[in-house]
Write a protein that binds this ligand. Structure first.
Ligand code: SF4
Length: 458
């Protein structure tokens, strides 16, 4: 049986593509091999979001090209593949095949072509992301799975290459999403994480002008047995509607968690970025969530040092951060992406200045996050137990847990995996169960707490 090994880089959307490719190859008789040295084929699913991501993807390709053994096939998939296509093969002749972000589901055909002695490059875009996603091999912990509800993006953000790499926005059909959700839940998924470039846009290209995502959430909430949490990532300020906020407030399985990348707050910078409206409107949306979804946790991301950004713009954003009081924010230094309008803009911000601004804004957010975290101390939250961790001597959680050397680590509705930290506690627990934990205090970016009760057991 031929074997295949995967390296998946980049975001959760790429991870879902990797899982689909693994499933397709599994169904075609390939065996998954953890050790890439032993595999007949190595597939590297790359990221090309910003320069450091491109550099990491390139390093991984070069590393595998250097140790490729006779008879082994090397395939490059994902965003870097979509962006550079055949160029990759001419620069790195060890690459046998290239498959882009719109064609990854045809991975079996690509490997057949390589087997037949060709060096295929497939950068086609499927008209509809409706191909059969089942059965998917889930690489995240069993209780959590990502589900892609749409592909592509129609927004014109001037810093972003994604629309060129992922094509126009195409929503998956309600039926296709529900079918996959049922299959995932039957396989043990308790937390379903819905993703897309702009999740709140879901349904608009299918004729639903408003409330499409709310309808989808309602059906997932009501019809899919076994799910406990439905988490939404990557909302877009101009497509968030009142129905969505109402659905988040009303539906018991939908996590009270808002993740809306805003990128900036000053109207001048947002205009240059071709992003919608302004910081004042963003504050209104945030207030709307806060007022209508009690206990909601909110996250965003911002870009620092976009061309033309002045000290005044940064001061505005700094103040905005304090006013917004978001729970968590990720900051990225702007890097000009070849092929984007932003890369042509005058007045680049010098690297040193970008770094200074980043530190300044992170400090402002640190204060806001501490206040937000402090508000949660003393509350009891339901936690999905993810793993047991060893605590090092200087670990802040260890000091607060009576010098415990091991502790359970889990997440509440307020923490998305991989970006938000979580909660440490000791006592009796089982991975994959839900438990109630009283939050006793903060430990750096995490919480520590006391176990209250076991809620569910497999
Ligand atoms: S919304 Fe903007 S930043 Fe997000 S993927 Fe689309 S173009 Fe890129």
């Amino acid at each position: 049986m031929p074997s295949v090994s995967f390296v998946s880089l980049g975001c959760a959307k790429n991870l879902v593509d990797t899982e689909v490719m693994i499933a397709k190859l599994g169904a075609a008789g390939y065996e998954l091999e953890a050790d890439s040295e032993q595999a007949d084929t190595v597939v590297i699913n790359t990221c090309a979001f910003i320069d450091p991501a491109k550099a990491e993807s390139t390093d991984v390709i070069m590393e595998h090209a250097a140790r490729k053994h006779p008879g082994q096939q090397l395939v490059v998939a994902g965003c870097l593949a979509q962006r550079y296509g055949e160029q990759l093969q001419s620069l790195v002749p060890e690459i046998d095949g290239v498959i882009g972000t719109g064609a990854y589901a045809s991975i079996v055909d690509l490997l057949d072509d390589i087997e037949a002695g060709r060096r295929p490059v497939n950068l086609a875009f499927e008209a509809e992301p409706e191909h059969d996603f089942l059965p998917r091999l889930i690489t995240t912990p069993k209780s959590t799975a990502y589900l892609k509800i749409a592909e592509g993006c129609d927004h014109p953000c001037t810093f972003c290459i994604i629309p060129q790499l992922r094509g126009k926005f195409r929503s998956r059909s309600m039926e296709s999403i529900l079918a996959e959700a049922h299959a995932l839940a039957a396989n043990g998924t308790k937390e379903l994480i819905l993703i897309a470039q702009d999740s709140s846009m879901w349904g608009r290209d299918r004729g639903m002008r408003r409330g499409g995502l709310a309808q989808l959430l309602e059906r997932l909430n009501d019809e899919v047995d076994g799910l406990e949490w439905i988490r939404l990532l990557y909302l877009y300020p101009a497509t968030v509607d009142s129905e969505l906020i109402e659905a988040m407030a009303r539906l018991p399985k939908v996590c009270k968690y808002m993740d809306m990348p805003l990128q900036h707050a000053h109207p001048d910078v947002l205009r240059a970025m071709l992003r919608p409206s302004n910081g004042e409107r963003y504050l209104e949306i945030i207030e709307d969530f806060r007022n209508r979804v009690p206990g909601v946790t909110m996250r965003s991301t911002f870009i620092v040092g976009f061309p033309g950004e002045t000290d005044e713009h940064v001061a505005y954003l700094e103040e905005w951060i304090a006013r917004a009081g978001l729970d968590r924010v990720g900051f990225f230094e702007y890097s000009p992406e070849e092929g984007t309008p932003g890369a042509q803009l005058p007045d680049p911000v010098p690297v040193k200045e970008k770094r200074k601004r980043l530190i300044r804004l992170r400090d402002a957010q640190r204060r806001a996050s501490e206040i937000a975290r402090e508000r949660r101390v003393g509350t009891v939250v339901r936690v999905l137990v993810e793993e047991e961790r060893r605590l090092r001597k200087n670990d802040p959680a260890r000091q607060q847990l009576g010098d415990a050397t091991r502790a359970w680590f889990g997440r509440s509705q307020g923490e998305a995996p991989g970006v938000d930290g979580g909660l440490y506690f000791t006592g009796d627990a089982v991975i994959g169960d839900f438990v109630d934990v009283r939050i006793d205090g903060q430990a750096a970016f995490d919480f520590v707490g006391t176990l209250c009760a076991l809620v569910t057991h497999e």
